[in-house]
Design a protein around this ligand. Structure first.
Ligand code: GAR
Length: 200
């Protein structure tokens, strides 16, 4: 049984995709031991509660020093027995110390085909705005291991999605979620749980 913690900041549709895969029997060797949000009132926490999963908010704002926030986050993860950290729309940039401590045991979903439209400042809707501005005809999503850089870690899975005439950032975001993110994130977790890719 792979024990995962899912870190979130907002709506939590990727968290929901993981929950649905577990409840639907597609991830039968995975358990979500904790959902952690950096934002009070994130809808993702409600999703967790609805499914009997423990959710908490640990906000960087409650800590004077950034290092203390990451220490508290790490303690919480260790206390809950976390073996794999899944960043599912978690918009806090991790500290190098935190990444070093959990090296090879953190994965992230990003809403583009890395190395396009990624790095500092590329998150959420902004990624799709930039893709449309550039006029790409194909975009997609990527699941990757997290290293000290922003979106620079080893790629686990990618899935392409077509851009269509008349797309707005919101329409494209929804298509990328439905056709790529919600599929490849649970799939990557399954690959790690099955041991078909090594976490470190
Ligand atoms: C998702 O599209 C995810 O790929 C993106 O934030 C959204 C969160 O949605 N993450 C990033 O942009 C990270 N750089 P969700 O809360 O509904 O899962």
């Amino acid at each position: 049984m792979l024990k995962i913690a899912v870190l979130v900041s907002g709506g939590g549709t990727n968290l929901q995709a993981i929950i649905d895969s577990i409840e639907g029997g597609k991830l039968d060797n995975v358990r979500i031991v904790k959902v952690i949000s950096n934002k009070e009132g994130a809808y993702a926490l409600e999703r967790a509660a609805k499914h009997g999963i423990e959710g908490i908010c640990i906000s960087p704002k409650s800590f004077g020093e950034r290092a203390d926030y990451f220490k508290a986050l790490s303690e919480e993860l260790k206390n809950s027995g976390t073996e794999l950290i899944v960043l599912a729309g978690f918009l806090v940039v991790l500290s190098s110390d935190f990444v070093r401590e959990w090296r090879g045991r953190i994965i992230n979903i990003h809403p583009s085909l890395i190395p396009s439209f990624c790095g500092d400042g590329y998150y959420g809707l902004r990624v799709h705005e930039k893709a449309l501005e550039r006029g790409v005809k194909v975009t997609g999503a990527t699941v990757h291991f997290v290293d000290e850089g922003t979106d620079t870690g080893p790629i686990i899975l990618q899935k392409a999605v077509n851009v269509e005439d008349g797309d707005t950032p919101e329409i494209l975001q929804k298509r990328v979620m439905e056709q790529a993110e919600w599929i490849i994130l649970p799939r990557a977790i399954r690959m790690i749980a099955d041991g078909s890719i090594k976490t470190s």
